[in-house]
Design a protein around this ligand. Structure first.
Ligand code: NAD
Length: 386
């Protein structure tokens, strides 16, 4: 149970690149980082527009002199201060992640980066090698993975409660972009432009989230080959897809499907994972995150509720309120930021950690999966080896 007591000796001096006023994801980064006193927001290059970024930073109680016009200036100026930043979060459009992440690691900073980590597998491997060389923590914000139900699912599978895993059925399919909203919304506009979004839209934007859930729940399953087909139902989005279906074969003989979409009309969010074993299945849906379905063949369905004593101990340690009240996206993100902070301290002290978090390898895995999906789809939807 988390009571808000310190989990690191002192708050880590932290900055943001992006996440400015009006951005979609900036607030949740700040809310999660600041919630448990693990981080302290002391600087930022919050906006592509320096003046707007400065005004916004001031409104966040950041000293005016530490509201920078761009990230390069921030990294340089902060490196000259005794009380300079130690970690930075990157919440900018996809095309900037590689350069900013590289610059931050070269400046000796720990990094929390939005997904996708970058555009290509080669770039991702470069960042992975750089993080290792610099001995810095890189965390990726696959937000819902920090929800306690995900840890419970992971433990149930590890206990063999499902038996051998046969099928993994995943989706992140919402309906908010069923029409060309990009003509009015800036944060949708860059998502459908390859210059800013990269080689894919929905595969990278939403598909990588349940992919990571599967990786964390099923660490033994390795993709052997995959087949992907992608569509641009709103024609102007081509060559980027607004819908994609991916079929995967794992080296254990299990199979998986992952539906990524923003044209699933009527769906509010639609991130789901269903893991099917030889004797039971489990299912989790982000719109009802506190309930994990556990279905043993031939028995009544069990709904495992977050916060209840029958869960695995590791699925209870990050509860912030007992069972009954819902915990959701904000709590899951706070759990991740708390783990990032603890991982940073462990890195600094050369200690091992006894918990998991979406790290640089998760970022690399997501980029690789998108690259393989695009390769398969562009070849006309053929099997490609992984
Ligand atoms: P957005 O367009 O709403 O906001 C982007 C912000 O970055 C703006 O404030 C903009 O001014 C700023 N910016 C752009 N270029 C910059 C630069 N060079 N330097 C400083 N600031 C800059 O975008 P968004 O929807 O918030 O998405 C940002 C990132 O977060 C994307 O990579 C996206 O994939 C990711 N995202 C992740 C989740 C998640 O659940 N993890 C959810 C939404 C978005």
């Amino acid at each position: 149970m988390i009571y808000g007591e310190k989990s690191v000796e002192r708050p880590i001096r932290w900055a943001m690149v992006g996440g400015g006023k009006g951005s979609q994801i900036g607030y949740i980064h700040r809310s999660a980082a600041l919630r448990d006193f693990c981080f302290e927001l002391v600087a930022g290059a919050f906006d592509i527009d320096p003046e707007r970024g400065r005004e916004f930073g001031k409104n966040l109680h950041v000293d005016e002199e530490r509201c920078y016009p761009d990230y390069n200036t921030m990294f340089l100026q902060e490196s000259r201060r005794k009380d300079g930043i130690e970690a930075v979060s990157i919440a900018t459009p996809n095309n900037t992640h590689f350069e900013i992440c590289k610059a931050a690691l070269n400046a000796g900073l720990h990094v929390i980066c939005e997904k996708p980590l970058c555009f290509t597998y080669a770039e991702a491997q470069e960042l992975e090698a750089l993080a290792q060389k610099q001995n810095r923590m890189v965390g990726i914000t696959y937000g819902y993975s920090g929800h306690q139900a995900i840890e419970e699912a992971r433990q149930l599978i590890a206990d063999n409660a499902l038996g051998d895993i046969r099928i993994v059925n995943m989706q992140f399919a919402h309906g908010f972009h069923n029409v060309a909203l990009e003509s009015q919304a800036a944060s949708t506009k860059w998502r459908v432009d390859p210059k800013f979004a990269g080689p894919s839209y929905v595969l990278g934007d939403v598909g990588t989230h349940p992919l990571y859930l599967s990786e964390i729940m099923l660490p033994k399953l390795k993709i052997k080959r995959l087949l992907c087909t992608r569509q641009s139902f709103v024609k102007s989005r081509a060559p980027l897809e607004d819908n994609a279906m991916t079929l995967m074969e794992y080296d254990t003989g299990a199979v998986g499907t992952l539906w990524s979409s923003c044209v699933n009309c009527g769906s509010m969010h639609g991130q789901k994972i269903r893991v099917i074993g030889e004797k039971a299945s489990l299912e989790w849906w982000d719109e009802q995150p506190n309930q994990l379905r556990f279905e043993v063949q031939g028995e009544p369905v069990q709904i495992l509720e977050r916060g209840m004593g029958y869960l695995h101990p590791s699925a209870l340690i990050e509860d912030r309120i007992g069972a009954g009240h819902p915990e959701g996206l904000f709590e899951a993100w706070s759990n991740l930021y708390r783990r990032f902070a603890k991982a940073i301290v462990a890195k600094e002290q050369g200690k091992d950690i006894d918990f998991w978090y979406p790290d640089i390898h998760a970022g690399v895995a997501g980029v690789r999966w998108v690259e393989k999906c695009v390769e398969s789809a562009n070849l006309g939807g053929v099997w490609v080896d992984y």
